[in-house]
Design a protein around this ligand. Structure first.
Ligand code: 3H9
Length: 702
């Protein structure tokens, strides 16, 4: 029991007439620790035993309803009472039990709600079973009760995606009895609890599974399984929910428990739990303790291209006032349309009422006039990736923007120190590197330049979080944390290409590793032209003797800029990528011109080489202080580059693979490739000391 748990009663029982009000009070998110479960179980017994209580309401103090089991306890032995017993007791109660939900009822919190006889939700509340994201499935009846309360294929979708269900959608599906204002929540829940005494109790376990279309269910299950890309929890969730179609509730519950326990001890779940805490650690930045962010209500965006319009749309959806500036009027029109579509998606998911979306869109200012940004509290420039263009723009913005405004440059490679110094307001400048498409990609690299003021960094962090991003703070270097490491991965994959592999074989190998897409498919999606421009820019400074594969250059010279051009590393037909004999011939020609006798490169070799290239460069990034901690690299690679989350990120995985083995692989890459692939000093040091990346803080000198 923690000190806080010893001090305060974690669960309170109060009388309100015939109602027992059970309040869980375990900040910050009312997680169901062992102590909370024990207290809750005994309060529920008291409710049953005490004849003075006719019904009960379960509510929570603080900012949210129960956010689930206590994730920190998953590394400890199981202890009774289990949550499943508590949920069964709630459902079996002869006295009506109603939950009053505000904030997020997630995981075990949602399972309590599903076991209750009535659910009243505050406006803005959400329900969700996000266990798959932790490598688990719901373990307290969620997979069995939800398909008995809503259509089974919807339950399948919610559980296998871990998506949140907004209160309004829950009401439409009949999952919420009522959605009320926060002020009315308790009273409405109490009134429902009393009313249920005479209405008879609806117990989910006694309800039939609602499946109107078995074919549709099978199709959804197949879709979820395909999405899993090696993640066991999704397949287990499909199995548990599919079981509801034929097995009894009791048998289904038993199978759910077995699967839950298997997953709880699995490497995948441990990796995903690592990632959960890593995401939260990423926001903890040295030097920002006690620093108040600047107030932001109006965001200005310069550039209405894909990135700018996406950022503007995301800012609107996060309810900022938004001004977007572009000299090209037709780009502004397209930008407005894109922002509209982003809001439409928010509306479709139930996160934003349609009338609010329309009101937000009507506030969007789209103009050619840069002085419109004089009122913005935070300006993000998202123009073409060109140093001089961005430098000139920031210098103009520095004159126009109000003195308290933060100026953020959305750059993926450029020297933010130089840009900041040149604009004359270096303290106000940060880098904010969004990933395409910016409205959906979770990662935002926040680049702290040499002179960035702490409150400018704090403001960037706060804004990124409000946009739903996971910000990782990085220092300045070419490509920052992510693109710098990714560039070495891509280089190594191009060497594998020259050695004998084909793009489709490399992509297949990396997709089999669990990447969302292989490197060549990614390049085609992002467009080959930007990287080409950068290679041309850097050509003069490339180290003489560096191994250089010119295939991508030739693709660009042939106008094959990727998916948008209908051809790149692949041919595209009806939006589908296909291996292209043109590319095969080009690759073979390049190997021959180097005197390389092409050989089969196995899937395993491709994966090992990729892993070694990533980990070796990551160790350099870490040692140079570009990233603050190994887990920041894990977070960045999972959320920005499609690294399989269930592997916990490249450095978490590296510790499991063994750093001695990775160092051997890195040495082999160096012997084969030379310049750029020198084994990282930090990797050597960790191996010499018998440590892993998890022990990295021990190597930190005071
Ligand atoms: C489960 O329920 C299994 C069941 O089926 C039962 C089976 C028997 N446990 O995210 P924040 C901490 S699995 C422990 O920054 P926000 C978090 O680490 C669980 N700790 O706040 C942080 O600590 P710190 C299923 C937790 O407002 C602090 O709370 N549930 C837990 O941005 C604040 O968190 C989930 O997966 C937890 N469950 O977001 C929900 N949750 O300050 C996981 C949070 O030291 N949680 N903490 O860094 C979330 O999604 C978000 O935390 C939430 C709040 C949306 C609730």
């Amino acid at each position: 029991m923690t000190a806080a748990e010893e001090r305060e009663p974690l669960v309170r029982l109060e009388r309100d007439g015939a109602i027992a009000l059970v309040t869980i009070d375990h900040p910050p998110v009312n997680a169901l620790s062992h102590a909370v479960r024990s207290a809750l179980a005994s309060m529920l017994q008291e409710v049953q035993a005490n004849g003075g209580f006719a019904a009960a309401v379960i509510a929570c103090a603080g900012r949210t309803f129960v956010a689930g089991a206590d994730i920190r306890e998953f590394d400890q032995p199981l202890r009774t009472p289990h949550l499943s017993e508590i949920c069964d007791a709630i459902e079996a109660s002869a006295k009506p039990i109603v939950v009053a939900v505000h904030g997020t009822a997630l995981g075990g919190g949602c399972e309590i709600a599903l076991a209750a006889h009535g659910r009243v939700l505050a406006e803005g509340a959400v329900l969700g079973l996000p266990e798959v994201k932790l490598g688990l499935i719901p373990g307290a009846g969620g997979t069995q009760r939800l398909p008995r309360l809503i259509e089974a294929h919807l339950a399948l979708d919610l559980i296998t995606s871990g998506r949140h269900l907004p209160a309004v959608r829950a009401r439409e599906l009949g999952l919420a009895d009522d959605v009320v204002s926060a002020a009315d929540l308790l009273n409405k829940a109490k009134a429902l609890a009393l009313a249920l005494r005479s209405r008879g109790l609806r117990r989910a376990s006694a309800s039939p599974v609602t499946v109107s279309d078995r074919g549709g269910f099978a199709a959804s299950a197949a879709k979820a399984a395909a999405r899993a890309r090696g993640q066991m929890s999704i397949a287990a969730a499909v199995e548990a929910i599919a079981g509801t179609l034929d097995a009894s509730f009791e048998d289904g519950l038993r199978r759910e428990r077995e699967l839950f326990l298997q997953l709880r001890g699995s490497d995948q779940s441990k990796a995903l739990r690592h990632l959960f805490f890593a995401e939260r650690d990423a926001g903890r930045v040295e030097g920002l303790r006690g620093v108040a962010p600047r107030a932001v209500s109006t965001v200005g965006v310069v550039g209405a291209g894909t990135m700018g319009a996406g950022i503007a749309g995301a800012c609107l959806a996060a309810k900022f006032q938004v001004r977007i500036v572009d000299l090209d009027t037709s780009a502004l029109g397209r930008g407005r349309e894109r922002a509209r579509r982003i809001l439409e998606r928010e509306t479709a998911s139930g996160r934003l009422p349609p009338e609010e979306a329309a009101a937000l869109l009507s506030t969007l200012v789209a103009t050619n006039d840069m002085t419109a940004l004089s009122k913005a509290d935070f300006v993000i420039e998202a123009v073409f990736e060109d140093y001089d263009l961005k430098a000139g723009l920031l210098a103009r913005l520095a004159k126009i923007a109000k003195p308290s405004a933060v100026l953020a440059t959305n750059t993926s490679y450029l020297d933010v120190n130089g840009l900041a110094a040149a604009c004359g307001r270096p303290r106000d400048v940060i880098g904010l590197h969004f990933f395409a498409p910016p409205e959906t990609m979770k990662l935002a690299e926040l680049v702290r330049a040499r002179d960035s003021a702490p409150d400018a960094v704090a403001t960037g962090l706060q804004l990124a979080r409000r946009l739903g991003k996971i910000p990782v703070v990085v220092e300045v270097c070419d490509g920052f944390l992510g693109n710098r490491i990714f560039a070495m991965y891509r280089r190594e994959m191009e060497y594998a290409l020259e050695d004998g592999a084909l793009p489709e074989e490399i992509d297949a190998a990396m997709e089999a590793h669990g990447f969302a897409m292989g490197p060549f498919a990614v390049a085609d999606l992002s467009g080959l032209d930007i990287a080409w421009a950068r290679r041309k820019r850097l050509a003069a400074t490339r180290a003489p003797g560096e191994r250089y594969v010119g295939v991508a250059d030739e693709l660009c010279e042939a106008g094959r800029f990727g998916r948008k051009a209908g051809a790149g590393w692949y041919a595209y037909r009806n939006g589908q990528r296909e291996p292209d004999p043109f590319v095969t011939a080009l690759v073979e020609k390049h190997s021959a011109s180097r005197g390389i006798v092409r050989r089969p490169v196995s899937m395993e070799e491709i994966q090992r080489r990729a892993r070694a290239a990533i980990v070796n460069e990551a160790a350099k990034v870490l040692a140079e202080g570009i990233a603050a901690r190994p887990s920041d690299i894990d977070v960045a690679f999972v959320h920005g580059y499609g690294y399989p989350s269930w592997r916990g990120g490249p450095l978490y995985e590296a510790d499991r693979v063994g750093l001695d083995r990775l160092l051997e692989d890195a040495e082999r890459l160096h012997a084969a490739n030379g310049i750029g692939f020198e084994p990282a000093g930090l990797l050597v040091e960790l191996v010499d000391e018998g440590l892993g990346f998890a022990d990295w803080p021990k190597l930190q000198r005071p």
